[in-house]
Write a protein that binds this ligand. Structure first.
Ligand SMILES: *Cc1c(COP(=O)(O)O)cnc(C)c1O
Length: 394
């Protein structure tokens, strides 16, 4: 009998009851705007910022409208202006080069390794072209952050981290997003905590935090923040920094705070699913699993494997066969992006010379989301289906 999977790859868990009650309380108050506070009230947004800063061990935190907004805001806050070149990953998602382009700056793509992390050799070769690296921990894969930071420090590169897929992850115990000058997170539905849309930014730099706060649209009300620098940091910045509104509201923050409290437990749930699929796929001829370094504590909210040197039509055939059995795989390497883009050559507004070694890896990447609505039995079944179909077409 041929096994078929009948679950949904896009169905999330419900918002915890505690979050629903908190959201209803915000709705009943009518005070949705972050600066609309009753006497003595801190507000869910300021509290979320305080709680996230604490969790990350960061001095400052700012909640914003989206992950993409956090990236662009961080770039502006560190001083990137139109015409500047900004280094970034060749393997990432569209909002990352998009954030650079939104400032009129120019993305310069750095290659990818078989571990799906930024190629440090290529980074060293291109380090002279820019003074900011927008580092994307795409699909939760952390580069060797010790080597990367040493390289960037030596070459005068300031690092902004895109942690859309690494909220809750660590490198040698250090929370992802705290090695660089700024860490940016997304709370969009498909990330690790879910408010539909939303973003968070952390930094230990008072000047950057003050600029980001004014940029986000603080209407000179920055003293109502609980995880912002003191008023002195704003003295000049408040006159010099434009308002590019992108605030978070209390409704979203209210939904997020209870989710943040159980983040660690959820990360363990993701990893149990990841490891079940990984174990089921191990030893499949023609299929290469991605090595995870010892120093990396990852969050397995999605899994990738490589079909190195497979002809395009065989990959297409495999995806169709898996889809027919209910397993939705995404071919990140497809030449024509469908519903998502993750290859540097899809972004024609940022031309780049071909990178043959990276292209071989990029062309081979297959991706699968692991929603927490999957049981471990589901994960084992999915792995059996993929393994059988790879063997059938291979
Ligand atoms: C989702 C995502 C973002 C941006 O998040 P939004 O909240 O959707 O703007 C940035 N980088 C990566 C790698 C992402 O997957």
């Amino acid at each position: 009998m041929t096994e078929v999977f009948t679950g949904s790859f896009t169905q999330q868990e419900p918002i915890p009851e505690e979050g629903i009650s908190a959201a209803l309380a915000v709705l009943r108050s009518g005070r949705l705007h972050r600066y609309n506070l009753a006497e003595g009230e801190a507000g869910d947004v300021a509290l979320l910022e305080q709680e996230f800063a604490q969790l990350m061990g960061a001095k400052y935190c700012l909640a914003v409208a989206s992950g993409g907004y956090a990236l662009a805001c961080a770039l502006r806050a560190v001083g990137v202006v139109a015409g500047d070149r900004v280094l970034t990953n060749a393997f990432t998602l569209a909002p990352v080069p998009g954030a650079i382009a939104s400032l009129g700056a120019v993305p310069v793509f750095v290659g990818v390794t078989q571990e799906l992390t930024i190629d440090l050799e290529d980074l060293a070769a291109k380090a002279d072209q820019a003074d900011v690296l927008l580092l994307s921990h795409m699909r939760g894969h952390l580069a060797d952050m010790d080597a990367l930071m040493a390289l960037c420090d030596a070459r005068g590169l300031r690092v902004i981290e895109d942690c859309a897929h690494t909220m809750g992850a660590r490198w040698r115990g250090r929370p992802s997003g705290t090695d660089g000058l700024v860490g940016c997170f997304s709370t969009q539905t498909y990330k690790h905590i879910n408010s539909g849309e939303g973003g968070l930014l952390v930094t230990d730099d008072a000047e950057i935090a003050a600029r980001a706060t004014v940029l986000s649209g603080s209407y000179m009300l920055f003293e109502r923040h609980l995880a912002a620098p003191s008023a002195e940091s704003f003295a000049q910045i408040k006159y010099e920094t434009p308002n590019v509104s992108g605030r978070m509201d209390h409704l979203r923050a209210a939904i997020l705070r209870p989710q943040l409290r159980r983040l660690q437990e959820q990360c363990a749930n993701w990893n149990a699913r990841y490891q079940t699929v990984e174990a089921g796929l191990r030893g499949t001829p023609g299929l290469t699993l991605v090595n995870r370094p010892e120093a990396e504590s990852y969050v397995g909210s999605s899994i990738q494997f490589l079909l190195l040197d497979w002809p395009d039509e065989t990959i297409v055939a495999l995806l169709a066969r898996c889809a027919a059995r209910g397993v939705e795989l995404k071919w990140f390497g497809a030449a024509e992006p469908i519903g998502f883009t993750s290859r540097y050559d899809s972004w024609h507004y940022a031309p780049s010379a071909p990178m043959p070694k990276s292209d071989r890896v990029l062309k081979s990447i297959v991706d699968m989301r692991l929603p927490l609505t999957f049981s471990l039995q589901d994960c084992a079944l999915i792995a059996r289906i993929i393994k059988a179909e790879v063997s059938a077409v291979g």
